[in-house]
Design a protein around this ligand. Sequence first.
Ligand code: SF4
Length: 294
Amino acid sequence: MSDIEIIKAKRAGFCFGVKRAVNITFKAAKKGKGVFTLGPLIHNPQVIEKLCKEGVCPTENTEDRNIQTLIIRTHGIPLELYQTFLKKDFKVIDATCPFVKKAQQYAKLLCDEGYQVIILGDEKHPEVKSLMSYAGKDAIILDSNQELQKIKNKKRVGVVVQTTQPTNLLQEFIGKLVSRVSELKVFNTICNSTALRLKETKEIARRVDLMIVAGGKNSANTTQLATLCNASSVKTYHIETSSEIKKEWIKDVARVGITAGASTPEWIISEIESRIRDIGGNGDNGYPHESGRN
Ligand code: SF4
């Protein structure tokens, strides 16, 4: 074992919504056969592989006759699609994150009250597509405050936000929007899980010689963490599993920080921590210990 110091982010790994969805899915797997998720449950190949071994695979083909139970992911799906599924022969388990559900309800409320709904977010993101379906036919999606000229109704405008957007983007957006419309109603639907994770990661990156960011290479929030660490000028590696860690990365390194995206399970984070302890610093890697430190 080495004497390397590891600072692990308290908020590394599954957020509330992902933990809930993964638990729901493993429970469904135990109950019966024919369980599928609509697309990969989360952006983590190792978790998807584990679920497949338990008999739960992703599918995009809802006409597949083998489906007995279909699980909806944390991002949610458009309302019309949900209603179509309810008419099918299979059971639907809705694992949409409760925070996303709340945003859907606010989008519907604004529409029912006669506001033109603006969704601040990425139009390609599944969550934003689901929000659109609740927001009425006049709803528009904007992803920056550069696009305000697209707003037609200048009287009554209502705003909801994609849950993972940064708060400063909403603040800037509302700051510019407020002088352009007569009545403005805003629901801050941002989930603070992402913001707190980024904040903690930034603080750790300042204190270490090396950052390990764990999570799917296809995970947007993990990539965002890696980008943040790189911007802090600390040497950073974005990995999916402990097997990717090379001895030379941590040769002579005294302090390593570990953070992980919202879809990274605890077992992967623990394996990374163990591997760093096994091969890192001035311990078992063949480098001499400083006097008094062993
Ligand atoms: S990041 Fe927030 S909104 Fe998204 S799944 Fe996690 S808890 Fe839910």
